[in-house]
Design a protein around this ligand. Structure first.
Ligand SMILES: *[C@@H]1O[C@H](CO)[C@@H](O)[C@H](O)[C@H]1NC(C)=O
Ligand SMILES: *[C@@H]1O[C@H](CO)[C@@H](O)[C@H](O)[C@H]1NC(C)=O
Ligand SMILES: *[C@@H]1O[C@H](CO)[C@@H](O)[C@H](O)[C@H]1NC(C)=O
Ligand SMILES: *[C@@H]1O[C@H](CO)[C@@H](O)[C@H](O)[C@H]1NC(C)=O
Ligand SMILES: *[C@@H]1O[C@H](CO)[C@@H](O)[C@H](O)[C@H]1NC(C)=O
Ligand SMILES: *[C@@H]1O[C@H](CO)[C@@H](O)[C@H](O)[C@H]1NC(C)=O
Length: 331
């Protein structure tokens, strides 16, 4: 009895020791055409996503199902692209995606969570969203927010996370969302939703391909309020920074600060404010600096009536999620 207890403790200690000693770098290469890379990417993140480095070499990784990266004190070198299969019907099944963004019940196919991490995609990697398949699919169908089209890249419950030099090619829907997070820096973000289906030339067939959505940043809001009240910016690090963004889209390109280029779409939106009757939306101390608005060839992307606009709701509630009653701003 006693002996087995000792053995048990020794094994436990060995286990703890072994876990400290396990390799701190995991390296992955794409398996190649026709192969599914999802499992090998998940395995690498499971082994090295805590206190390690995960290196995904150049090329395309075939991602066939929803995926979460839980990162703690770690780095991911993403030299290649996560290519999310262009299977509209598969992703539209609610079971195929996460619902971490509860407002408007939006779907996510890729969620990063955790703390103290850096994801660097070196401007050679990121996400392939295969948006054209989606835009053409919806070209002659009606759409609504919350219909299950996945957000390309979601950060959820992140503390001190950095995403660098990340490219998102043809997001089907919103390009980025960060929810319930603090101290997040995006430095270098490229999103490009450009329709190339001649059937829809001259139309905005890429609606809802917003550049960034900032959701439920309680910490950000409360800390900033407190900092402002005292006049001392002691909570400066509790924030989300968007630096060096280059967004081509057919909807809102929301930015807060620093080197943002919006090509086409609706420009920078403040809102929608007041969409939910019981959720007051207060936007305060919004600073936009160094933003460049570029009108595109209207045959490619006809929108961009204004560089910045304010969207508010009329006070009527229509359906779930609520949509505008006509007259007021929606979306
Ligand atoms: C991705 O994996 C699926 C399932 O194995 C396979 O059918 C498909 O051909 C692969 N796609 C690519 C682009 O390799
Ligand atoms: C989603 O999964 C649940 C539980 O497994 C199942 O009852 C439901 O039918 C599934 N829905 C769809 C649309 O496949
Ligand atoms: C929608 O467009 C596709 C081509 O992109 C076409 O095959 C299909 O018949 C159209 N559907 C309707 C309902 O017009
Ligand atoms: C957020 O992450 C922390 C650990 O970093 C965890 O304890 C907490 O349960 C998570 N919260 C949610 C809402 O997932
Ligand atoms: C966006 O994609 C379109 C189509 O591939 C391309 O023509 C355009 O140059 C891209 N824009 C940027 C800023 O890379
Ligand atoms: C914005 O870009 C300019 C020139 O490209 C650079 O000098 C500056 O440091 C950048 N600002 C930020 C906040 O990255």
């Amino acid at each position: 009895m006693k002996l087995s207890l000792v053995v048990y403790i020794a094994t436990g200690l060995l286990g703890a020791f072994a876990s400290k000693m396990r390799p701190t770098t995991c390296t992955v290469r794409p398996l190649g055409a026709g192969k599914d890379d999802t499992s090998q990417v998940e395995t690498a993140i499971a082994r090295c996503g805590h206190y390690g480095t995960t290196v995904l070499g150049p090329g395309e990784y075939n991602i066939t199902r929803k995926m979460t990266w839980d990162l703690v004190s770690s780095k991911v070198d993403l030299h290649g692209y996560l290519n999310f299969i262009p299977d509209v019907q598969y992703w539209l099944n609610a079971n195929s995606t996460y619902r971490v963004v509860f407002i408007q019940d939006q779907a996510s196919w890729f969620v990063v969570t955790g703390k103290d991490f850096v994801i660097d995609a070196y401007n050679t990697g990121g996400i392939i969203g295969n948006g054209q398949t989606w835009w053409s699919f919806y070209g002659n169908r009606s759409r609504s927010d919350g219909d299950g089209r996945p957000i390309a890249f979601t950060l959820s419950n992140v503390t001190r996370g950095t995403v660098k030099n990340f490219r998102i090619e043809s997001q089907p829907f919103w390009c980025n969302t960060v929810a319930d997070s603090s101290d997040v820096v995006y430095d270098g973000m490229y999103c490009n939703a450009t329709n190339q289906d001649p059937l829809y030339a001259g139309q905005n067939v890429v609606p809802n391909t917003d550049g960034q959505r900032l959701i439920r940043l309680h910490i950000l809001v409360s800390q900033l309020t407190r900092a402002t009240a005292t006049g001392i910016d002691t909570y400066r690090s509790d924030n989300v920074k968007l630096l060096n963004w280059d967004i081509t889209c057919g909807d809102d390109c929301l930015a807060i600060k620093g080197n943002v280029t919006c090509r086409g779409g609706n420009g920078i939106a403040v809102g929608s404010l007041g969409q939910y009757v019981d959720l007051p939306d207060i936007v305060d101390h919004l600073m936009i600096e160094d933003a460049k608005m570029v009108r595109l060839d209207p045959q490619v992307q006809p929108n961009m009536g204004s560089g910045l606009y304010l969207k508010t709701w009329t006070g009527t509630v229509n359906g779930v999620p609520p949509t505008g009653g006509g007259g007021g701003g929606g979306g």
